[in-house]
Ligand binder design. Structure first.
Ligand code: NBY
Length: 868
């Protein structure tokens, strides 16, 4: 503690934020000289990025410190969001956009007074950078994506921390600081090749290493129970075998137009400085050093699977390492206040992003029973009131389960606790439904199977939580009627709820689409961009949906964004333009970017493209002119992007098929550039910021009932793109919000999926004629002349393996709907623009701010801590 008489001196030298361009320039230069040890003579774009980030970070850190002090003093309920993935993307541009410009209190950074009207903090810095000799856009490009996630689940966590800070919630994210994020995807000869993403190569200006916060974490070992304690539910000692340290790294998370800066705490693993003397005595010095070095492997790499559980021991180690470190941190902070344990759930809410952090439930029970010596049932009451669990999938292959043997070996005490949790749970079920042995085995946390027994993590998460939510209405209904139906029976339906996903409009509208954001703020007369905090303001736009002058401006923005994407594609295509710039206005940009997965049905999309191509060729062969072909099949570019899990054979084959089709179609002079196909390599957050605003049409075409929500559907709509989609996930609510006239829905409904699958298995189903032609062309080697059988597995899965994803059942309806899209886009542009404008006008519901408010009110019971 600093003595009172010293405080005056501290205050005299209080650090201050930069507020003017001049103050920023001074900061920038001092970081170039002092932080980077460089100078005017060797400051390149990368150094400028680092110096700018350091300067902006200095401002954030001041607010970060104040936010933490304020939240501690106010002592409201704190929210912790546990996610193994945070797909943050770049931080600098986002920080510039979020920098507030609307307050008059002291040391606030750029304010209205220091900025000329209509000029944002971002503009101020852009100008300052220019004066210093740099172009802001080039400098921003230097930042590597923080790609610590796979897809939707990880990006959702990133949008949530943005909205939590913006809503002034006292909330931290907890995750892992992987040294390697999701792999970088290269396309070589049409195939996906994975290369490591060592994103920390040039050091990371956005993280604050907290070397003072190091938590010891144990693995393996054995359980010792004192003679006096007879059962596994009494305090026991876990004697750990292997020990590593979890070190904290903090990332400041700025809210939009608020001084609240929250914290994202990521853990990295490092060896302890303890020395294993038993090994040393054996003379095995080298081995004992190696053992220590292995510690770092725990947080070395993100597992690159989405919607698939691989069940590897190192993954379980990651999960426990992260849960134990985070809980230790949370409990330590709680204990400072000396409140009774029974008040823990009043002080703290912990949200589990999928089942990956389920061990946190077990760990808290262990801490309370073994270390804090609470009675088992009192402890369990605290645990269940604290946790809530979000489910993101109903697909079996994605539901986590761990072999009992593996879990018990790594975490012997935790396995005992899991058995006891299950025991008490099953007793309560037995009491409610006596003698229903089937029910007991169905809801048991332990799956008793053939040889191995497994721990079902989703069941453990339900039992240990007070609320379970799905991520879109359809999905939340489905979990109640399918995978968790027995738990609805046991607990009643109220434990299960829905919070439809959302996305942050700061990144996905303002940052990704500055031109549209500008047009919107000017049109609805909102020069300070307040609509980004209250998206219902967008409904104002509806007035102009049919206004010709406005439609033209709207269309101009879209054309600008399409050119921007065409530039990117040209760059990725070795400088060769595949999109005809003279026709960009009447070329439909049809985009499907997301993880490659059979259930997301990129194969349906590419089969549709092949069908279109074959039909065009057929017309030409039967004597139609190219103009007639163009009339029937107007200009279109079909854009794909997304990563496959490295071990997912079928997904990789789909990528190869797309690239093979592109090769043939793009080089077919006969069709005169009316159709183009491109696969964008290495789809990631920063590429999404270019791609999303450029779509005319985007594809969200999963087999009904398989896509829990989808969030890119929301991003595309927010950027004025129309959707072709199935009645699945959040497409349902998007339709409700924007109106069914403004979305192209097709295909079978989820309630029919079971029957359709049954028919494929036991009935003689025939394939639609058009699809047969497509499959024949693929089978004939039309797209793989050197290896005709290359795509066999894709064909077989439809023809001979029951067509699990129902491509054949939805094919005709998909093609017909694509025809309808062409009709509207090319024959009735006014109608198209009207749909586009009305979509944006009514997209407000899908702001993650709304979503976070719902979590806060219905699950966490938490309130914002407003800055004075
Ligand atoms: O979560 C996605 C859903 O597919 C999507 O519909 C939803 O919008 C989004 C946000 O709620 N799920 C997802 O991205 N899942 C994963 O990335 C994932 C990653 C790893 C594992 C499981 C799922 N795993 O078991 O290792």
């Amino acid at each position: 503690k600093i003595p009172v008489q010293s405080r005056e001196l501290w205050n005299k030298h209080k650090v201050r934020k930069f507020g003017t361009a001049e103050e920023f320039e001074e900061k920038f230069i001092s970081h170039v000289e002092w932080t980077l040890a460089r100078s005017l003579y060797n400051c390149d774009d990368l150094a400028a990025y680092q110096a700018t980030s350091q300067s902006v970070r200095d401002n954030l850190v001041i607010d970060w410190n104040k936010t933490q002090q304020r939240q501690t003093a106010r002592d409201g309920k704190k929210v912790y969001y546990l996610s193994l993935e945070f797909l943050m993307g770049r931080a600098l541009d986002n920080a510039l956009i979020n920098m507030r410009t609307d307050t008059s209190s002291q040391d606030v950074g750029p304010t209205d007074e220091t900025l000329t009207k209509g000029n944002t903090a971002r503009e101020m810095i852009r100008n300052a950078m220019k004066d210093l000799g740099f172009k802001l856009e080039d400098v921003l490009e230097q930042e590597p994506d923080a790609a610590l996630g796979n897809g939707g689940l990880g990006r959702l966590a990133a949008c949530f921390v943005d909205s939590l800070a913006t809503g002034n919630y006292p909330a931290w994210g907890y995750g892992l600081r992987y040294q390697y994020g999701i792999f970088a995807q290269k396309i070589i000869d049409g195939y996906q090749v994975e290369t490591p993403d060592y994103w920390l190569n040039f050091s990371n200006p956005w993280e604050i290493e907290r070397s003072e916060i190091q938590v010891p974490i144990n693995f393996y070992g054995y359980v010792h129970r004192p003679e006096s304690e007879k059962t596994t539910t009494s305090p026991s000692d876990w004697i750990g075998g292997e020990r590593v340290l979890a070190m904290a790294h903090d990332m400041p998370i700025p809210g939009f137009k608020t001084p609240t800066v929250n914290n994202l705490r990521l853990w990295s693993a490092k060896p302890t400085t303890e020395f294993d003397f038993s090994k040393f005595n054996n003379g095995d010095y080298k081995n004992s050093v190696e053992q220590q070095q292995r510690a770092e492997s725990i947080t070395a790499v993100l597992y690159p699977n989405d919607n698939f559980d691989q069940g590897k021991e190192l993954r379980l180690k990651q999960q426990y390492f992260w849960c134990a470190a985070s809980l230790h941190d949370i409990v330590r902070r709680f204990k400072k206040n000396k409140r009774p344990w029974s008040e823990f759930p009043d002080a703290i809410a912990i949200q589990l992003n999928d089942t990956h952090p389920t061990l946190a439930i077990v760990e808290l029970q262990r801490v309370l029973v073994d270390l804090e010596k609470l009675d088992w049932h009192k402890a369990w009451d605290i645990v269940t009131k604290t946790f809530a669990y979000t489910n993101h999938t109903v697909m079996q292959e994605a539901l986590e389960k761990w072999p009992v043997g593996l879990l018990g070996h790594l975490l012997p005490r935790h396995l005992e606790i899991i058995y006891d949790i299950n025991w008490f749970f099953l007793q309560s079920v037995e009491k409610k439904f006596p003698h229903d042995m089937d029910l007991l085995s169905r809801v048991s946390v332990i799956e008793e199977g053939s040889q191995e027994r497994y721990v079902r993590m989703a069941f453990l998460a339900i039992i240990g939580s007070h609320k379970v939510n799905g991520v879109a209405e359809l999905h939340s209904d489905l979990i109640k009627s399918t995978i968790f139906q027995d738990f609805v029976k046991v607990y009643g339906a109220n434990k299960f709820t829905n919070v439809t996903n959302g996305i942050t409009p700061r990144r996905w509208l303002k940052q990704a689409n500055p031109k549209l954001a500008e047009l919107i703020s000017e049109t609805i007369n909102d020069p300070n961009d307040d609509y980004l905090l209250d998206m219902s303001k967008l409904t104002e736009l509806a007035k102009y949906a049919e206004d010709e002058a406005f439609q033209k401006k709207w269309n101009d923005v879209k054309q600008f964004n399409k050119s921007r994407l065409a530039d990117l594609i040209k760059r990725l295509n070795n400088g060769v333009d595949i999109i005809d710039r003279d026709h960009i206005r009447n070329t439909l940009f049809d985009i499907q970017v997301k993880r490659i997965h059979e259930y997301k049905r990129q194969q349906l999309n590419i089969f549709g493209v092949i069908n279109r191509y074959l039909c065009m060729k057929e017309m030409l062969q039967s004597g139609s002119s190219i103009d007639e072909v163009a009339e029937r099949y107007p200009r279109k570019v079909s854009i794909f992007g997304g990563k496959s899990a490295p071990g997912y054979y079928m997904a990789k084959l789909i990528i190869k098929l797309v690239n093979s089709v592109a090769e043939v179609v793009n080089n077919d002079a006969e069709i005169c550039d009316l159709l183009k196909v491109f696969f964008i390599p290495d789809y990631n957050v920063s590429k999404a910021e270019i791609i999303t605003p450029a779509s005319d049409l985007s594809e969200h075409i999963s087999t009904a009932g398989t896509e829990a929500s989808g969030t890119s559907n929301m991003k595309f709509v927010m950027n004025g793109g129309l959707i072709i989609g199935t009645v699945d996930g959040a497409n349902v609510e998007i339709t409700r919000e924007i109106g069914e006239d403004n979305i192209f829905l097709f295909g079978n409904l989820s309630e029919n999926v079971e029957e359709l699958r049954y028919n494929h298995q036991f009935q003689n189903t025939s394939l639609p004629e058009a699809l047969v032609k497509v499959l024949n062309a693929v089978e004939s080697g039309a797209f793989s002349p050197q290896n005709a059988s290359e795509f066999r597995p894709l064909i077989d899965s439809i023809k001979h393996q029951g067509d699990y994803y129902l491509v054949s059942d939805d094919f005709d309806s998909y093609v017909a709907t694509q025809d309808l899209v062409d009709q509207v886009y090319h024959k009735d542009k006014k109608e198209w623009l009207k749909k586009s404008i009305l979509s944006v006008a009514n997209v407000g519901f899908f702001s993650s701010d709304r979503c976070i408010e719902e979590y806060a009110e219905t699950i966490w019971n938490a309130e914002p801590v407003k800055p004075e």
